[in-house]
Design a protein around this ligand. Structure first.
Ligand code: F0G
Length: 455
């Protein structure tokens, strides 16, 4: 029987309740060696009680210690690292992004109030930095020589940066011609070996998983539980920003489903510890052309219903076979959450509405606002939303990751469908630029400008 119980306080445990085998945290594992299911990291509850911990976190926020400046390591009592690991942490002061009011978006979706937490204001411009600081720290601790990931662009950007800081060799596998340029530029800049693969993200993911099983490559996708451990601190940071008042609902985009999975896990832990008395409903929004979780849910399938030719202009979430789907379903069950889908048109208009609130984001992030609008309108049985609900939308990536999308929208030149074949893009089905803000061409003519501006 494969059963290696750790003598350390943390250990891996298979999420499959019929298996639940436990493994040493010091092993390079991503899946259960016994039944191949996903792994959780199990941690003993912190020694301090919730009141003491809240006070400790409050004090650390004023400290100049790099570990306290990071909104991941500030909550280190919730991370699977020991005191002696803390001298080797790879951090860039990640987190510390604000919760912002979005009055125009609130009106647009039909809520009385809507706030967003913008994870795109991180060192590499996406939420990935929360989990990369912990995963790269673990890679160093394991003595890994080469680390790798498949990516739609943000994981690779973040991994490349943190590996450069740590002095680790980084290899990224990206679907050729299918990631936004801002993201590609990052992995090049940070010195990662960048392999542009023929095929989509799911092909790249399958390949890098095989390579990491067969060689000593250390895998940095969110199947690696150390990624999700770091990402959990988004919830701690958010709750602290809200004075520990738990919102009714947290809305998050769904791609490879790591984010929502990590939120579910920390909420389970916090509830068990008595840290929170209520659980926010996690609502996952997918693009309608890349909606495997939604399909799985609505068909009540026991297995994932993959989308072989997943497609969306929100390239970050163009994923048809998400790795963490079982953990995502667990999150939905525990939080009484829901998953829904939005069209390309809905994503584009929601993104433009966020823009009118002065908040830029990449298209994948705007699924949250688009999803809220849809749910408010539908008033579905499963998700009856009240205009007074206290809702937080999670924005996952910075606007400048994918400026082409934004400029094309405002130039009224965004097309709904693209078929990638030998790198040729075929366009069909135009997206209506409902809120277009076209630039105007004008000569250096002062009088004309005064007339135009009615000055
Ligand atoms: N938003 C952005 C900006 C992303 O980059 C991703 C995923 C998601 C949402 C979806 O998050 O996978 O946790 O459900 N990007 C990955 C990547 C897949 O390779 O950069 P998820």
């Amino acid at each position: 029987m494969v059963f290696v119980m750790s003598d350390r306080p943390f250990f891996f445990r298979c999420i499959n309740e019929a298996c639940h085998k436990e493994f040493d945290i010091g092993r390079k594992l991503y899946q259960c060696p016994s039944c191949s299911d996903l792994l959780d990291i199990i941690k003993p509850p912190p020694d301090l009680d919730p009141t003491q911990l809240k006070e400790l976190f409050r004090q650390r926020a004023a400290s100049k210690n790099p570990l306290d400046i990071s909104a991941v390591w500030r909550y280190r009592e919730f991370l699977p690292f020991e005191e002696r690991d803390l001298g080797h942490v790879v951090t860039m002061g990640e987190g510390n992004n604000p919760v912002l009011e979005t009055p125009r978006c609130a009106e647009y979706v039909g809520l009385n109030r809507l706030r967003v937490k913008h994870l795109g204001w991180n060192p590499t411009g996406s939420f990935k930095d929360y989990g990369m600081t912990t995963a790269v720290t673990q890679a160093k601790k394991l003595g890994s020589r080469v680390v790798a990931c498949a990516s739609t662009g943000n994981t690779s950007a973040s991994m490349a940066a943190y590996c450069a800081r740590a002095g680790l060799r980084a290899v990224v596998f990206i679907p050729e011609g299918q990631i936004a340029f801002g993201k590609l530029s990052q992995s090049l800049d940070y010195g990662a070996l960048t392999l542009q693969l023929e095929g989509n993200f799911d092909v790249a993911m399958g390949l890098v998983r095989e390579l990491s099983d067969e060689t000593d490559l250390y895998l940095m996708n969110s199947i690696n539980p150390f990624r999700l451990e770091g990402q959990q601190t988004v919830i701690l940071e958010l709750l602290e920003q809200l004075d520990w008042k738990v919102p009714d609902r947290i809305v998050v985009p769904g791609g490879n489903l790591g984010n929502c999975s990590s939120y579910g896990k920390i909420l389970m832990d916090l509830k068990k510890m008595g840290f929170i008395d209520k659980v926010p409903r996690i609502t996952i929004i997918q693009a309608s052309g890349a909606d495997p979780l939604y399909r799985t849910l609505v068909t009540s399938s026991a297995e994932l219903v993959p989308v072989p030719d997943a497609w969306t202009l929100a390239s970050a979430i163009k994923i048809g076979k998400p790795i963490s789907w079982k953990k995502a379903l667990r999150t939905l069950k525990f939080t009484d959450g829901w998953c829904d889908v939005v069209s390309e048109q809905e994503i584009a208009d929601a993104k433009a509405t966020l823009g009118l609130d002065g908040i830029g984001c990449e298209p994948a992030s705007a699924t949250t606002v688009a999803g809220l609008k849809k749910l408010m309108k539908l008033g579905q049985d499963d998700v009856t939303m009240d205009p007074d609900e206290d809702v937080i939308a999670i924005l996952t990536g910075h606007q400048l990751k994918d400026p082409d999308y934004t400029v094309n929208y405002h130039l009224d030149n965004l097309h709904e469908h693209a078929i990638y074949e030998n790198n040729l893009i075929e366009k069909s089905g135009k997206i209506k630029s409902t809120f277009a803000n076209k630039p105007m061409e004008i000569g250096p003519d002062k009088e004309k400008i005064i007339r135009l501006l009615k000055l």
